[in-house]
Design a protein around this ligand. Structure first.
Ligand code: FBP
Length: 552
């Protein structure tokens, strides 16, 4: 393999563990805290998880390791979208497991949950693991989005575990994957398989967090990567002074990524989906707000700017999500083929016009034609519009252009509005993990093994106090059921980990809200630059503005 100088250097990086995990596995004791309850719907969650509900919170401490001696064969999977640091979770898990006993085995099941169901795996060795230390990506074993949730799947997984003598499974994933980890843990306990299940909190979207999990891994590196790019664009905009840049960033169901990038770069505009939903804003209102910023800046002679748009924004606009729901109905089942067979856009438009309510047709008619067509082109395997594929960065640029045209005609706008569009998502998901994510992920993996060795089941590996230097981090575990509540999913009430949306009364949003009026008019850009891996800790090891503000 050809290695870049940075890759060679990163192989040699020694991730920092929390203080209490530094003395070696034989010197890690455990302290059990209070019994736990789920965040809501306690009775219903308890009824669904009779074997794993209400367990105690765990903190590791410096002291004698009292875990029973046992040979461990651990299986690990990566689940869902890539997030920087996933490799280090596996490396931390491997190192702890081998430090406890050289005969312990780590199996990597390939391609996500499918690997566990269809028994596709590799056994990790030192040589194999060493190629992936402190690197981005999930290519060590691959990932997948199969949901591990049915009794049939669990039965297959149980067979695979029995075949290899697997004692524990580690699931590295987001809120849905860890919900499934909790269900699998309960199944394993109810069926006396002896297999433990431990989760690790992953997702660049940042929406797997709560009072116990301060951040999901990958959010730090991904947002730093996007912020570097946004800062570079801001500097270009401020140099050329001729374009408004509309930048969509990943983050499907929550706007944490957009908010963090805005805190890092101080753009003129940043939309926050949760606010749009709370204020029931319409597309037209949002476009008007952006047009106000364009006009105010133009009046100051600044015909340029930067707007950040979260990927999931359209789903937060009430009138738009209603339109999408109606389109999904309109094209359900056979009707897609009927629609596709229509010869031209005019006849397709007629079909649409007859199928939508007057209210939704009005919204559809506001959309630029190319975006309107996108709603009918891209369907997911369940026949739904793939909202994340809608080019919302273009949508808002076009809607703003329309507003400004009208203002020009009315004599209230006299400036220029030329746009560029960008989408930053995949650019950040496999970046070399920052020092923070390298350390945090390695710690999560190491800690996951400690939970296994002490016999815990249905826990999420928890490393907290992470806005402080790693020495002060606190390692432990939290029953996943503590993070759960009942939610309506596909027409059924299901126990799920509560997804963390941007809190409009939280400190990160409040800070943004206090400053955004000024940023909308003045050029107040900040340029974070590239992630630094070597140098002073205050440059290289600091984590996100979101976490800094949340932790005060
Ligand atoms: P996870 O929730 O699985 O971590 O993935 C998040 C994400 O990166 C989103 O930001 C994005 O919408 C999605 O994955 C894209 O995934 P895919 O490329 O599989 O469509």
């Amino acid at each position: 393999m050809n290695l870049s100088p940075l890759q060679k250097a990163r192989y040699a990086y020694a991730p920092k563990l929390p203080g209490m995990l530094r003395a070696g596995v034989e010197n890690i004791g455990v302290s059990e805290g209070k019994e736990t309850n789920s965040v809501a719907d306690c009775d219903k969650i308890r009824a669904k998880f009779p074997n794993t509900y209400g367990k105690k919170e765990i903190t590791f401490v410096k002291g004698k390791n009292t875990a029973p001696a046992k040979k461990q064969v651990v299986g690990v999977i990566l689940s869902g979208g890539q997030a920087p640091g996933g490799h280090n979770v596996v490396c931390g898990l491997y190192d702890a497991l081998k430090a406890a006993d050289k005969n312990n085995v780590l199996l990597g099941f390939k391609g996500g949950p499918d690997g566990l169901i269809y028994d596709k795996y590799i056994e990790f060795t030192d040589d194999y693991i060493d190629q992936y230390r402190n690197t981005g990506g999930f290519d060590i074993i691959g990932s997948g989005r199969t949901k591990l949730e049915t009794p049939e799947q669990f039965a297959e997984v149980t067979k695979v575990c029995a075949k290899h003598g697997v004692t524990a499974i580690v699931i590295i994933g987001g809120d849905d994957s860890n919900t499934n980890a909790a269900v699998l843990a309960e199944y394993m306990a109810a069926n006396n398989t002896g297999v433990q299940v431990i989760g690790c909190p992953k997702t660049i979207d940042g929406d797997l967090k709560n009072e116990d999990i301060e951040a999901s891994f990958g959010f730090d590196t991904a947002t730093k990567t996007y912020s570097e790019l946004i800062g570079n664009i801001e500097r270009d905009a401020n140099s050329a002074k001729k374009y408004w840049h509309f930048i969509k960033v990943m983050g499907r169901s929550a706007s944490h990524v957009a908010l963090e990038c805005a805190l890092e770069t101080q753009p003129n505009i940043c939309l926050i989906g949760e606010e749009v939903a709370a204020k029931k804003m319409s597309l037209s209102q949002i476009a008007d707000d952006i047009a106000d910023s364009v006009a105010a800046r133009s009046a100051n002679g600044e015909n340029f700017g930067v707007a950040i748009i979260p990927e999931g924004i359209v789903e937060f606009v009430p009138e738009f999500s209603k339109l999408i729901a109606e389109i999904n109905e309109l094209l359900a089942g056979e009707k897609t083929a009927q629609f596709n067979a229509l010869p031209d856009w005019a006849s397709k438009y007629e079909f649409i016009k007859n199928g939508l309510t007057a209210e939704s047709l009005k919204v559809f008619d506001i959309l630029p034609e190319e975006i309107g067509k996108q709603l009918f082109l891209e369907r997911d395997p369940h026949g739904n519009v793939q909202v994340s594929l809608i080019e919302s960065e273009k949508l808002f640029a076009l809607l703003v252009a329309d507003k400004l045209k009208a203002r020009k005609a009315a004599g209230t706008f006299n400036g220029k509005f030329n746009t560029q569009h960008h989408f930053f998502g995949y650019e950040g998901r496999c970046a070399f993990p920052s020092n923070f994510d390298s350390d945090y992920c390695y710690s999560l993996g190491y800690n996951a093994f400690m939970l296994i060795s002490y016999g815990y089941n249905g826990y999420l590996s928890k490393v907290s106090n992470i806005s402080k230097p790693a020495e002060e981090w606190v390692a432990g575990g939290m029953p996943i059921t503590k993070m759960m509540n009942m939610e309506r999913r596909n027409g059924e009430d299901k126990p799920v980990i509560r997804k963390a949306l941007v809190e409009l009364d939280g400190k990160p949003f409040k800070y943004f809200e206090e400053h955004r009026k000024q940023w909308a008019v003045k050029t107040a850009f900040t340029y974070p630059g590239a992630i630094q891996y070597y140098g002073p800790a205050e440059v290289c090891d600091i984590t996100t503005r979101t976490l800094a503000l949340e932790k005060g």
